[in-house]
Write a new protein. Structure first.
Length: 132
């Protein structure tokens, strides 16, 4: 149990770095370049996702699996699900409930953090899934 907590803390810490890349990109695109919030979240999500994959594989889960292709495909599929969920929630919060896009992004990030951790732990970097 204590080991799981340490892994989650590492995941959250390094995920926070990826989130800073994501949020920073979103903020710059939306606030300074006036990119629509839906397009800004797609672009920022992709950049943050690349950073997240690398940290999760190398630092958090210390994964030595050489089947990068399979892992990347699973990561992309699961992150596409996360992105669709994020898009749906930001649409509800910003366009329906008229909340601030940045406040909405904070709430979405908390929801997606938990979802992504479970997906990464149980599917993408699970040694049993790949027979490693």
């Amino acid at each position: 149990m204590l080991g799981e907590i340490k892994i989650f803390i590492k995941y959250t810490f390094f995920g926070s770095i990826a989130t800073l890349v994501d949020w920073g990109t979103f903020f710059l695109l939306n606030s300074y370049f006036f990119v629509h919030h839906v397009f800004a979240i797609i672009i920022s999500y992709i950049l943050g996702g690349i950073v997240k994959f690398l940290f999760a594989k190398k630092v958090v889960f210390k994964d030595k699996n050489k089947k990068y292709g399979t892992q990347i495909i699973m990561f992309i599929i699961l992150n596409c699900v996360s992105l669709i969920l994020s898009l749906f929630i930001i649409y509800l919060f910003v366009d329906i409930f008229l909340l601030n896009p940045l406040l909405s992004r904070i709430i979405i990030t908390i929801i997606i953090l938990i979802f992504n951790y479970m997906c990464d732990k149980l599917v993408v970097f699970n040694k049993k899934v790949y027979g490693v």
